[in-house]
Design a protein around this ligand. Structure first.
Ligand SMILES: [Fe+2]
Ligand SMILES: [Fe+2]
Length: 149
């Protein structure tokens, strides 16, 4: 079965740690898509949406910490963007809990929600993060490697 979102280079920000977290979000959206196509029922969809919201909060918190630690000048703007995204998905979650069905239309909204976050928002901090010494891949990650070598 085709996926709602296929991971591709356009979604990569070029920093492995961030990409791995975005891939978790992509997987959760695909899981939600499958549950709807296979008619697993509203309860199952609400449960997956709940995990998506929880992981999104964690992911945003990580990004916001990194932005603060690394002195990212657009921190406030980006944080505001995260807050909007969270409130959109919270509204959605509330509607589902009240009995509204999760539709394909809604899935497309979520797909745009996620890709917009990555491609419009996150791509903007990458050059700043790299200039402050963030490593692109785990293999090159200094303290992690040193710890066990
Ligand atoms: Fe992100
Ligand atoms: Fe972000």
């Amino acid at each position: 079965m085709s996926k709602l979102i296929e991971w591709n280079d356009a979604l990569s920000v070029g920093i492995q740690e961030i990409d791995e977290q975005h891939k978790v979000l992509v997987d959760l959206l695909n899981e939600l898509h499958d549950a709807i196509r296979q008619h697993h029922g509203r309860e199952a969809s609400v449960e997956i949406l709940g995990r998506l919201v929880d992981y999104t909060r964690i992911h945003f918190a990580v990004e916001e910490s990194l932005m603060r630690i690394l002195g990212y000048p657009e921190y406030e703007t980006h944080k505001g963007h995260h807050e909007d995204l969270i409130s959109q998905v919270n509204t959605l979650q509330q509607r589902m809990r009240e009995g509204e069905a999760i539709t394909f239309e809604l899935l497309h909204f979520l797909r745009n929600w996620l890709t917009h976050h990555i491609m419009e928002g996150d791509q903007r901090y990458v050059s700043h993060f790299l200039s402050r010494g963030v490593q692109k891949t785990w293999e090159k990650k200094s303290w992690f490697g040193r710890l066990w070598s």
